[in-house]
Design a protein around this ligand. Structure first.
Ligand SMILES: CC(C)(COP(=O)(O)OP(=O)(O)OC[C@H]1O[C@@H](n2cnc3c(N)ncnc32)[C@H](O)[C@@H]1OP(=O)(O)O)[C@@H](O)C(=O)NCCC(=O)NCCS
Length: 168
C-alpha cells in the first residue's frame, strides 16, 4: 500500500533511510525538509504494517533567463534492503509523480542512478542546461517534465535549499 506519510511515521522513515543509505545524511535531509516546510509529497510504502519504502519531493527554484521558475527536487528515495527489486520503488515513484502533477508542478530534478531513473522519464539530456552543485556529475544529473515542454528554452541555475547541505 502506498500512502502519504503521517506524523506517526517519522521515526520509521528515519530508520528506513538510515538502513537503505547506510548513514544518517538522507534521514537528516528528510527531517530538515519537513521542518522547513518545503515538502510537496512524502509517501510511504507499507507492507504488513511495516514501512518498507519512502519517497520525498520538495520545492526548489531554478533561476533562469531573469525569471525564477518553481521546480521539484526528488530526494531521497529508499526501499528497505529486504524489500528491494519487487516494484516498491516504481510504485512510490509513479504515485509521487502523479501527485506532484496534481499539485501543479511541472519540472522535477534528481541526482541518482542513471540506470534507474530514466525508466520513469528522467533524462540527463533535459538536465544539461541546468547548472547545479551536481551538474558536473554527468548522467546522474537528470530532469523530468511533468508538463510536456516545461523545460523548453530554460537555461539556468538550480538553487537547492539549505537542508541539502547535509549531503555534501
Ligand atoms: C533505488 C531503490 C529505491 C529502488 O527500489 P526498488 O523497490 O528496488 O525498485 P523497483 O523494484 O521498483 O525496481 C527494481 C529495478 O531497479 C533496478 N535498480 C535498483 N537499484 C538500482 C541501482 N542502484 N542502479 C540501477 N538500477 C537499480 C533493479 O535492477 C531493478 O531492475 P529490473 O526492473 O530491470 O529488474 C532501492 O534500490 C534503494 O532504496 N536503494 C538504496 C538507496 C538508494 O540508492 N536510493 C536512491 C538514491 S538515488
Amino acid at each position: 500500500m502506498i500512502r502519504e506519510e503521517d506524523p506517526a511515521d517519522h521515526d520509521a522513515i528515519r530508520n528506513l533511510n538510515r538502513q537503505a543509505f547506510d548513514g544518517d545524511a538522507e534521514a537528516t535531509l528528510v527531517d530538515r525538509l519537513r521542518a522547513s516546510g518545503a515538502v510537496i509529497v512524502s509517501l510511504v510504502a507499507v507492507e504488513n504494517g511495516d514501512i518498507v519504502g519512502h519517497i520525498l519531493f520538495s520545492d526548489l527554484l531554478i533561476e533562469a533567463n531573469q525569471a525564477v521558475i518553481p521546480a521539484v527536487s526528488l530526494a531521497p528515495m529508499a526501499v528497505a534492503p529486504k524489500s528491494q527489486r519487487r516494484g516498491t520503488g516504481s510504485a512510490l515513484m509513479q504515485r509521487g509523480l502523479e501527485l506532484c502533477r496534481e499539485r501543479g508542478k511541472s519540472i522535477v530534478v534528481v541526482l541518482g542512478h542513471p540506470e534507474y531513473y530514466p525508466r520513469f522519464g528522467f533524462s540527463a539530456e533535459l538536465a544539461k542546461p541546468l547548472e547545479s552543485p551536481y551538474s558536473g556529475l554527468g548522467a546522474a544529473w537528470m530532469a523530468l517534465e511533468l508538463v510536456p515542454g516545461a523545460l523548453d528554452g530554460i537555461r539556468g541555475t538550480v538553487r537547492y535549499p539549505a537542508a541539502f547541505a547535509v549531503l555534501s
